[in-house]
Write a protein that binds this ligand. Structure first.
Ligand code: ATP
Ligand code: MG
Length: 183
């Protein structure tokens, strides 16, 4: 699976819809302080199922919606779409019917968040599992936030274990075990 496009609308500082193709190889995002570089990475993590507002640098999830600026009113919804190339069929078997996967996550002010996978409504857990089985996701150690290294150094052993488990690719199994135990 490979991310080939990120589409953002109404998310944090990205008020107007933006389609950002992701080319193979290395991509650099450059710009002055406060231009939205970290917001882009947050959009990516959010669409992959990030569930805590704190991880998104906000007090609550509604803080992800464009809150207005000089001359531009606040928005009521935010939407992030991830397009994944699955032509090598590395997505888990239940998603393997199509060459392209389209994940859409939406939030409406005061009304919470919803996900669609190829047009079908799914749970956040389904999206988390899709990425966990591919050894990636919103909490992947491959996505390093500003200040995260010092957080890691100061964190509890259980947290470090979680990070190691994600790196080892068994986070998906743990999520499935947890789900099975709840049933
Ligand atoms: P740095 O180089 O300092 O790390 P950056 O390019 O990573 O900067 P971001 O942190 O991505 O910048 O963007 C911060 C900007 O996003 C701020 O100007 C902030 O006001 C704006 N912002 C954050 N949340 C919202 C929101 N809900 N609505 C509108 N603007 C927002
Ligand atoms: Mg930043």
């Amino acid at each position: 699976m490979q991310i080939t496009e990120l589409r953002i609308a109404g998310f944090k500082s990205f008020v107007d819809p933006q389609d950002l193709p992701v080319q193979p190889g290395l991509t650099g995002i450059v710009g002055p302080n406060g231009c939205g570089k970290s917001n882009l990475l947050e959009a990516l993590r959010w669409a992959m199922g990030a569930s805590s507002a704190r991880a998104m640098r906000g007090g609550e999830m509604d803080d992800l919606i464009f809150s207005g600026s000089a001359g531009r009113p606040a928005r009521e919804t935010a939407e992030v779409t991830l397009i994944l190339d699955n032509s090598n069929r590395t997505a888990p078997p239940e998603f393997n019917g199509s060459d392209t996967l389209e994940i859409v996550r939406r939030i409406r002010r005061g009304a919470g968040t919803s996900y669609k996978l190829n047009g079908r409504t799914v749970r956040g857990k389904d999206i988390t599992l899709l990425f966990a089985d591919a050894s990636t996701g919103a909490n992947s150690p491959a996505l390093v936030r500003q200040g995260q290294i010092s957080e890691l150094i100061g964190s509890k052993p259980q947290n470090r274990r979680r990070i190691l488990e994600e790196a080892a690719g068994i986070a998906g199994l743990n999520t499935r075990r947890h789900e099975a135990e709840l049933k």
